[in-house]
Design a protein around this ligand. Structure first.
Ligand code: ADP
Length: 670
């Protein structure tokens, strides 16, 4: 409820309202927004400053005026520069860098393309003048002396813009406009009218002209109208492209590459994690009818950055969803779709804001689970885990120098031996990316800083070797589970692919007296449960060939368990590992712990190819596996990988379970 002042009261404007009024007059707001702001201001002028609505309205107007409606940074589209920045900041990642540069090259070419303008006028002098002016401004210009000639030209070539006189013999400007709208709807038209009556101008605009100019032509107006229309068009073309989505395990450089893209383009950078979002309103804002309503994060960030074209990283789009009020995918779709995001309405703002200049980059750990319409908008660039060698190089060249600087050690002679770095990687981290490694190196630097201060004499030189690592970081955190554990009956080693990269799992099977039940535990998803059923049926139906008593299931229950129950497990690729655990259990032959399997299995024991081979091999190396068994269908994937990923591994390709039993199980039953 607003309290209106009475008529008799003199209309004294408070200084803050005067300021707002002045700011509103100066701010070059889009028409619709200016109208809303003006109405709100008028409402405020009639509202008693002591009521809540007054301050709500005031905050709203200040927020509205503070938004970067027209402010953007100029893009630097120098591809050489982009390459230097990407290289300087990142080791390896060749395919990623290539894809990013190709993406930027597309944008560069698009914006360097000379725009084509067609000038149509039956007076030669007018044509020549316009042609001269527009050529000077860098446009490719063609001319036509009549509407019909113009249509012929348009058949031969695409034009971005047609500048046409209204009054011409045979076919006038309006008729030409109608034909162009039918034959080349993407071409914009500026109508030049000799007699700028409102009626003809309105008619032209109604029929689809982008603008009209009256004779005699004001050259500045002509140039700025042409520039504006062409800019809009270029910008529209650029925003039509897909949105980049960096997918891969945590700590593999996704954010860092995003930052480098922003730096290369000369744009500001902002990152918004979607993982913790609980409510659609966090993205889209609350309606102002709520007390304490606030704008959403997207609009808020743009206001903070003061530009409307930053590189905006939407982090972990695969984590939005559960526990999210509203429809997450549709909000994301709206934000990422150029057709929709030019009219993005934040509930608080309540007027459309054009997000199409923002360069969105999404990140995800796994894209397979994203809804299809969303995936459709994304150009996925896959990041994969690093090999030990890559981690060592990145640690030495980037992570350590950064941590030394952060901890004030850059000027001291700190020598970290290669062996020490490798020890940190092997014994203190177990990850596809570099996050834990970076944290451990930070811990080392923190402790070194303290040592340097405590022991002034040693401050000049600090050497870190393997022993020192253990002294600083304590006992090792990880063992090589596969290499160091014992071979056991009923326990097979498997390789799976999770959002954190490749992982090693141990499938356990046991049998007890019972009533033919298959018990499955370890947070297994439906597909994995079905894989277990399939594996059991295979073993039962092939018992004799496998040297197993065909009646083994008669009076027993079988229990299959995959430890680390807190991590949900899903997917078919553990099928063959489950089968191997069962065969080991029922034959009494221990399974080699250092032989790891991955593969989907059919009911008759054939192995079907699986995904994430690189990640799985890296996980195998990390865990000290020596033999990896994969389906024959994955041979192409294995062949395409570099030697470093296969180093230290014997990789066996197999077509069916029968071929691998002797490779995994020891000969003698226990
Ligand atoms: P993500 O966003 O994929 O989780 P980050 O970009 O945060 O990963 O990377 C984690 C850390 O590792 C950052 O300090 C980053 O600079 C560094 N980093 C990742 N990949 C590379 C690389 N190829 N070269 C140099 N540093 C890297």
């Amino acid at each position: 409820m607003f309290f209106r002042k009475t008529e008799e009261e003199p209309a004294k404007l408070s200084p803050e309202l005067q300021e707002l009024r002045a700011a509103l007059a100066k701010a070059n707001l889009p028409e619709a927004v200016a109208a809303v702001a003006k109405k709100e201001l008028e409402r405020l002028e009639k509202t008693d400053p002591s009521v809540a609505e007054y301050s709500i309205g005031l905050n709203y107007l200040e927020f509205l005026l503070g938004l970067p409606w027209n402010r953007s940074t100029d893009d630097n589209l120098d591809l050489g520069n982009a390459e230097i920045i990407l290289e300087r900041r990142h080791y390896g990642l060749r395919p990623v860098k290539e894809r990013v540069l190709e993406f930027l090259a597309g944008r560069t070419l698009c914006s360097l393309q000379a725009s084509r303008v067609l000038v149509v006028d039956d007076e030669e002098i007018a044509r020549t003048n316009l042609e001269y002016i527009l050529r000077k401004d860098g446009y490719q210009v063609a001319t036509a002396a009549s509407g019909l000639e113009a249509l012929d030209r348009l058949k031969e070539q695409d034009f971005d813009l047609v500048l046409t006189d209204l009054k011409m013999e045979k076919m006038d400007g309006l008729q030409l406009l109608e034909s162009v709208k039918q034959t080349a709807p993407a071409t914009d038209i500026i109508m030049i009218t000799g007699y700028a009556t409102v009626a003809t101008a309105v008619d032209a605009l109604r029929k689809g002209a982008a603008h009209y100019l009256s004779k005699p032509i004001n050259l500045d107006e002509l140039r700025s109208s042409v520039r504006e229309i062409i800019d809009k068009k270029r910008h529209f073309q650029l925003s039509q492209g897909p949105v980049l989505c960096f997918a891969g395990p945590p700590g593999t450089g996704k954010t860092s590459i995003g930052q480098a893209v922003a730096e290369a383009l000369g744009r500001k950078f902002v990152r918004l994690s979607l993982a913790g979002l609980r409510d659609e309103a966090e993205l889209r804002g609350h309606r102002r009818t709520y007390v304490g309503a606030m704008p959403g994060r997207i609009i808020n960030e743009l206001r903070r950055l003061e530009v409307n074209n930053p590189v905006f990283m939407l982090d972990e789009i695969d984590k939005i969803g559960q526990d999210f009020r509203g429809d997450p995918a549709s909000v994301l779709l709206e934000i990422l779709d150029p057709e929709q995001n030019r009219h993005f309405v934040d509930h608080y703002l309540d007027v459309p804001f054009d997000l199409s200049r923002v360069m969105f980059i999404a990140t995800a750990n796994i894209v397979e689970t994203l809804p299809a319409p969303l995936l459709d908008r994304l150009e996925v660039i896959q990041f994969s885990g690093y090999t030990e060698h890559e981690k060592k190089e990145i640690a030495k060249k980037f992570l350590l120098p950064k941590q030394l600087r952060t901890h004030g050690l850059a000027n001291l002679a700190v020598e970290v031996a290669d062996d020490a770095v490798v020890k940190v990687i092997r014994d203190y981290t177990r990850e596809a990316g570099l996050r834990q490694l970076e944290r451990e190196l930070a811990t080392i630097c923190r402790k070194l800083a303290r040592l340097a201060l405590q022991n002034k004499s040693a401050a000049g030189s600090l050497a870190v070797d393997e022993l020192m690592v253990e002294k600083l970081l304590g006992p090792r955190k990880f063992t090589h589970e596969a290499a160091e554990g014992e071979n056991r009956v009923g326990v097979a080693t498997g390789l799976v692919w999770t959002e954190f990269g490749g992982e090693i799992i141990f499938v356990e099977a046991t049998r007890m007296k019972g009533v033919r039940q298959l018990i499955l535990t370890g947070s297994l998803g439906d597909v994995l449960r079905e894989s277990a059923q399939t594996a059991l049926s295979y073993v039962r139906s092939h018992a004799r060939e496998l040297g197993i008593d065909p009646d083994f299931f008669k009076e027993s229950d079988i229990h299959i368990h995959i430890p680390s129950g807190a991590i949900p497990k899903e997917g078919p690729s553990a099928g063959v590992t489950i089968a191997m655990a069962l065969i080991s259990l029922l034959t009494g032959r221990p399974a080699r712990r250092a032989a790891a399997l991955s593969g989907e299995m059919t009911l008759n024991g054939r192995l079907l190819p699986v995904s994430g081979i690189r990640e799985k091999l890296l996980a195998a190396q990390r865990a000290g596996v020596t033999t990896v068994i994969l389906p024959q269908g994955n041979e192409v994937d294995v062949r395409s990988l570099g030697d470093e990923v296969k180093e230290g591994l014997e990789i066996i390709m197999a077509e069916e379970v029968g071929q691998i039993v002797d490779k995994v199980l020891l000969a003698e039953p226990q």
